[in-house]
Structures are given as C-alpha cells and as structure tokens.
Write a protein that binds this ligand. Structure first.
Ligand code: DX5
Ligand code: ZN
Length: 231
C-alpha cells in the first residue's frame, strides 16, 4: 500500500497546526473548516493509547473521517507505546505525517523506515526530559522532529520554558544535517509563547486550547501567526 503525502518538505515558512484535541467534537467538521479558512497549514491529530500517556483520544476512524473532507494535511502524533501496531491503519486512514516517540517500545529506526515505505512522511518526537542528541542518528530518516513543550497527554498545559533549550539544540542538529526537516513545537503554544518557540528554531507550531478554546478561534490563529512571522 502506497499513499502520497500532501505535506510539503520544510521550506522556511512557519506552519500552524491546530490540534483537534481541544476542538468541540460535536461540531468537528465546522471547527476544521473554521481553522482551514483562517489559514491553518496542517491539522494536528493526537493519538493516545492510555499506556504511553495516561489518556485516550482518537483512533484511525477519526483520521479517516477527516481524510478527503479537508484539504489540510493530517499531522498525526502517535503518543502510543507500540506504534507498529497502528501505523498501517493510520496510513490507510489518510495520515500525511506519522510522528512516533523515541521513548516508545518499538525499535525506532524500523518504525520510521516502515512509515516511509508506506509513502507517508515520518516524524520523531521527544518528551521534555529526553536527551535531544538521541535524534541525531535518525535525521536521515525523518521529515519532522516534534519537541514536546509540555508533558504529553493533555491539552491546556503551560509551555515549559526549558523546552526552548531543547528546540535550539534540535535546530542545530537539523542545520548540521543539511536536510529540510520541520521542527515542530507542541504544547502550550499561544500568541505569547509562539515567538519563544520560533526564536528558538521551531518552524511548525501546534496549538490546541489557544485556538479552539478561544472566544474567536480565527483571531487566535491569526495572533499566533503574527506573533511568529516567517523566518
Ligand atoms: C499534548 C498533545 C498536544 C495538545 C496541545 O499531549 O500532544 O498536541 O493537543 O494542546 P495545547 O495547545 O492546549 O497545549
Ligand atoms: Zn500533539
């Protein structure tokens, strides 16, 4: 099975990826259309298995229901202990990018190679306490590195200031690799913290509660983008 990803390679543009974890699920379609019209670049879908993180969220059926209904690339973040159990199902459901955690149980190189073999873009994510140098040997295999700027599992947490150091280090490793790799910051991103993440080197910003819990999600998305102009 080969799919083709709608997500472009990193290109110096700042991308904003609203996370539907904080959307009103009763009105998911409307919420997605609202952020798409407001200029969102990707849609971030958080997948949780109750083991890797102490929470449950969305499965392949949700990705499948979005696929074909929105033009936004589907940025799927697997916070699961055994990603290999689910990669096929999410690729089939229409994920454009599958990001897996380096701290998960499955062997990371094989997992990333398998994702790529399906024609899906591959990302690797690190939690706040993880040594960023661990991603260096993986840079030939990935299209994106996701730095968690909160402890994974829940929306609505505060941006951890120490994640700026992690983002800076990862940016250096990406620059040295010479490859076009996105650097995505995820957690606690709002108009105040977006510039911190971008100045540290992020070029993709996930924002859940700051967009979907705002009184005016369109304005909130614009404020995040204005706070983080293209580099
Ligand atoms: C947290 C998830 C995030 C979450 C971000 O474990 O990975 O993507 O949706 O939510 P906010 O933007 O509210 O911190
Ligand atoms: Zn996420």
């Amino acid at each position: 099975m080969m799919t083709s990803s709608k997500m472009p390679a990193a290109n110096g543009k700042i991308c904003v990826a609203p996370s539907i974890l904080s959307a009103d699920l009763w009105r998911l379609g409307e919420e997605v259309n609202t952020v798409a019209q407001a200029g969102a670049d990707w849609l971030h879908v958080d997948v949780m298995d109750g083991h890797f993180v102490p929470n449950l969220s969305f499965g392949p059926a949700v990705v499948s229901s979005l696929n074909g209904k929105t033009d936004l690339p589907l940025d799927v973040h697997l916070m699961v202990e055994e990603p290999m159990l689910f990669v096929d199902a999410f690729a089939r459901a229409g994920a454009d990018l599958l990001t897996v955690h380096i701290e998960a149980k499955d062997e990371i190189v094989n997992t990333l190679k398998y994702i790529k073999s399906l024609g899906v873009k591959a990302g690797v994510s690190i939690k706040p306490q993880t040594d960023p140098t661990r991603i260096i040997p993986l840079l030939d295999l990935v299209d994106l590195v996701l730095v968690m700027s909160v402890n994974p599992g829940f929306g609505g947490q505060a941006f951890l200031p120490e994640s700026e150091t992690q983002i800076k280090q990862v940016r250096q490793f990406i620059t040295r690799s010479g490859r076009n790799i996105w650097l995505e910051a995820d957690g606690g991103i709002n108009p105040k913290t977006a510039p911190l993440a971008v100045q540290a080197g992020a070029d993709a910003l996930v924002a859940g509660s700051a967009i979907f819990k705002a009184a005016d999600p369109v304005l909130a998305l614009k404020q995040i983008r204005q706070a983080a102009p293209d580099i």
